[in-house]
Design a protein around this ligand. Structure first.
Ligand SMILES: [Zn+2]
Length: 210
């Protein structure tokens, strides 16, 4: 499977572009910004975007979704528990001192246990609330990968001091949904470097004593 990670926007959100080599179907996760660059990758691989997935409704992850949707016609998937946050896009834009992005309509649910399919590859939706109420992670067993949004980072976890954040809930999500995954699973966090489940289990200070 084709997989490129592009850090986009002023907060360098990791946007993932997955493409199936046979069907040339693609899924874009967290198109926060820099849609022209995302589309360049899509074109370079001769892909057609079939789905846009938002790990959570923070502006750095969802900001470019409407632009990408307009360019590709692909439906947008997000967990409904982040609907309130999505309505606060003007407030979020003010936090960063930027103009609010165009609002995007969500037409796909992303609930715990849902399967999204790209070509022959299954993406399992894991509801991992805490950073936001509707935060999700995507587990791709056949690739040994986890797209973790802002739930788990290399050596850290997502902040929980923003509206809708919950410090106990994020630890519960990581403990119940992410730590049981195979240790060699490669974690692509919402920002920064990749890690593995095993590495975070061993070294992540925030997860000690879980
Ligand atoms: Zn983020």
């Amino acid at each position: 499977m084709i997989h490129e990670v592009l850090p986009v926007g002023m907060l360098q959100c990791n946007c993932s572009i997955f493409g199936d080599e046979q069907s040339r179907e693609a899924m874009v996760v967290d198109p926060g910004d820099d849609i022209a660059r995302i589309l360049e990758v899509v074109r370079r691989h001769g892909l057609t975007v079939k789905a846009i997935v938002i790990t959570h409704a923070h502006i750095d992850h969802i900001g470019g979704a409407q632009k990408l949707k307009k360019a590709t016609g692909a439906p947008v998937y997000m967990n409904h528990n982040d609907a309130e946050l999505q309505k606060m896009m003007d407030v979020q834009a003010a936090w960063l001192g930027v103009r609010p992005p165009d609002a995007v309509a969500i037409e796909g649910e992303a609930n715990d246990g849902d399967l999204l399919v790209v070509g022959a590859t299954e993406f399992h939706v894991l509801h991992t609330p805490g950073h936001t109420p509707g935060s999700i992670s995507l587990w791709i067993p056949s690739q040994g990968k986890l797209v973790a949004g802002d739930t788990l980072f290399r050596d850290s976890i997502g902040r929980t001091d923003l509206p809708g954040g919950d410090g106990r809930q994020i630890l519960r999500s990581i403990h119940e949904k992410l730590m049981p995954l195979p240790e060699e699973t490669v974690v692509i966090p919402g920002h920064g470097e990749n890690t593995t489940i095993g590495r975070e289990k061993q070294f992540n200070y925030f997860l000690q004593g879980l």
